[in-house]
Design a binder for this molecule. Structure first.
Ligand code: TRP
Length: 373
């Protein structure tokens, strides 16, 4: 009998391996090694112990979240969003652990760190505020070495410092004009629109991007359609259609906020090449069975075989989808000249499954499916 307790690494590595198989990767072990390093001290902990740190990567404090990108070109990518946690986590110790992970990855992968070094002093402070300071995303594509992306937190020096922080970071990266574009198109509703992530691709390919994310509290479809107009050639009606199929209509989206992101490459002179919309679908469905239905409807509409979704879901869980909410955490729709597609974010649920939102009330009626404000 094997009494070795299952660890977070065991669980996540099993999920990742299955997801890579679903996405058509040959199994070569490399992604799992990166996952081990990414998880750091959280990995070897038995799942019977509580999470090491209340990571905001996922609702149950699992410090990783998977996603599967369905490019319209037919390509697939598996990604891991993660927070690296040390033995004794704290806001500053977590930054140190994240830096060590980055150093180790730079020895193994072909990373370009100039842009990271150009802005790190802005975002990695001695007294970080907010829910995180540095997250990573590991991007896995068949036949390629893993790529890495870093996420900084614009709120790390407090909410009121965020605009100047983002403006300065963009200036240092030669994208000063991008700030005005983004404020004009996506920051129009006062404190309801705010910067939420500042991300960098850590490679030096021609499409290596700076990505800026904005959260929109209580937004309606019109708000994100306007935001998308910052990108030439994007049809905002695709967003409306996406929200109709996946979120249930034009809003307002009063639960977790809709998020916009813009991608910039250096020669763009302030005009983003891509726009993405993120829907935290888990707040707008009663359970994952409904989230799956809606995701399938959108994929079918986008010309993607929805069977791939079910295989991906089965890679991460064997639970009944109607028994919980949040396995499908977000959906995103990517539009623009760097390539369009849909990404499905899948929670590990290593620590907990959130119960279905709809409940049988005393009168026998099903409760409201939409999240409370
Ligand atoms: N869990 C956080 C949230 O839902 C952060 C996060 C994880 C996130 N994956 C994401 C935010 C995808 C936007 C899109 O806000």
């Amino acid at each position: 009998m094997n009494l070795t307790p299952v660890t977070l690494f065991d669980r996540a590595a099993g999920q990742l391996g299955d997801l890579c198989r679903v996405a058509g990767f040959p199994e070569d072990g490399a992604p799992v090694d990166v996952l081990r390093e990414l998880l750091c001290a959280a990995g070897p902990r038995p799942l019977s112990e509580p999470p090491l740190w209340p990571s905001d990567v996922a609702d149950d404090a699992t410090p990783v979240e998977f996603s599967l990108a369905f490019d319209d070109s037919g390509n697939r990518a598996v990604r891991i969003l993660g927070e690296t946690l040390p033995e004794q986590p704290s806001p500053t110790a977590n930054i140190d652990a994240a830096r060590r992970f980055l150093t180790r990855m730079a020895q193994r992968l072909d990373l370009t760190l100039d842009r990271f070094h150009a802005v790190e002093d802005l975002f990695l402070t001695d007294d970080p505020q907010g829910k995180f300071a540095l997250w990573f995303s590991v991007i896995l594509r068949p036949g390629r070495a893993p790529a890495l992306k870093v996420y900084f937190n614009p709120l790390v020096r407090g909410v009121s410092a965020a605009p100047e922080l983002v403006a300065e970071a963009l200036r240092r990266l030669g994208l000063g004009e991008a700030y005005d574009t983004v404020t004009e198109y996506a920051l129009r509703r006062g404190p309801a629109d705010r910067f939420s992530f500042f991300a960098l691709d850590l490679d030096d390919g021609p499409l290596s991007r700076v990505k800026l994310y904005i959260s929109h509290d209580r937004a309606v479809s019109d708000d994100v359609e306007h935001a998308a107009r910052a990108v030439d050639g994007v049809d905002p009606l695709r967003l409306r259609e996406f929200l109709d199929l996946t979120g249930g209509g034009p809003g307002p989206y009063a639960g977790r906020p809709l998020v916009s992101s813009y991608s910039f490459v250096e020669e763009d002179a302030g005009r983003p090449g891509n726009y993405s919309l993120y829907l935290p679908i888990r707040d707008y469905v009663p359970d994952d069975a409904v989230a799956r239905e809606r995701t399938r409807a959108h994929l079918a509409r986008a010309g993607v075989d929805p069977a791939g979704l079910d295989r991906a879901v089965r890679a991460v869980t064997d639970r009944c989808l109607a028994d919980g909410t949040g396995l499908i955490a977000h959906l995103s729709l990517r539009l623009g000249r760097f390539g369009s597609g849909t990404t499905v974010y899948l929670s590990s649920e290593a620590y907990a499954v959130a119960p279905p939102r709809a409940r049988i009330t005393t009168s026998g009626q099903r409760g409201a499916a939409t999240a409370a404000v």
